[in-house]
Design a protein around this ligand. Structure first.
Ligand code: FES
Ligand code: FES
Length: 209
């Protein structure tokens, strides 16, 4: 099938239920989008599909037919994306960097939807996980981008998790991800089964960086 990625058409020969993340990384060689959990939980695999933030690890290929996929590779071709990257550099956000393409795509989606998001908008949108704990730096970069007063001190010290518990948006995202997890897990099991039959033991998507 034909896939539109970063403004270019690609002919892809892959199973209809292959997750978009696999197609991007293994078929098209776009390795900027990362594999984290494979379960729609961490957000490392975030891309935009028709401008909507999407977890590509649980998005079947056939569900994006005819839609515009945008990955981190093209983020600086977008004026807002360029501003996000500049702010990320200015605030020295990345540590190991593994989660950051997903974080940048989440910030891009937010700022495309709302040029001047509120602190609440920022907290609701920026729910991706970061094992290095860059949450305060992410908050500072977005505060800068949104032209908000610097309330970084009020940001949750532990990161995106609210001291009073997860936000409604976080819970909703987790619930929505649950259904996708089933499909993603079934795909992985099927792939592993095939690998076992052919003697290939490598776990899909585990390789990286
Ligand atoms: S890899 Fe974690 S949400 Fe997709
Ligand atoms: S910067 Fe290392 S996981 Fe986020």
């Amino acid at each position: 099938m034909q896939l539109q990625v970063n403004g270019q058409a690609h002919e892809v020969e892959a199973e209809a239920d292959m997750p978009l993340l696999w197609v991007l990384r293994d078929e098209l060689g776009m390795t900027g989008t990362k594999y984290g959990c494979g379960l729609a939980q961490c957000g490392a695999c975030s891309v935009l599909v028709d401008g909507v933030i999407t977890r590509s690890c649980v998005t079947p290929l056939d569900s994006v037919a005819g839609k515009a996929v945008t990955t981190i590779e093209a983020v600086e071709q977008d004026g807002i994306g360029k501003r996000v990257v500049d702010a990320w550099v200015r605030h020295q956000v990345p540590q190991c960097g593994y989660c950051q393409s997903g974080q940048v795509m989440a910030a891009l989606a937010l700022l495309k939807e709302k040029a001047r998001p509120s602190q609440e908008d920022v907290r609701a949108a920026m729910v991706n996980l970061c094992r290095c704990g860059t949450y305060n730096a992410i908050h500072a970069a977005l505060t800068d981008l949104a032209g908000l007063a610097d309330t970084a001190a009020a940001a949750p010290a532990g990161g995106a998790q609210d001291a009073e518990g997860p936000s409604t948006a976080t819970v909703a995202a987790a619930v929505a991800g649950g259904a996708a997890v089933v499909a993603g897990s079934a795909y992985l099991l099927a792939r592993r089964g095939k690998a076992g039959e052919t003697g290939q033991g490598a776990a899909d998507g585990q390789e990286d960086a």
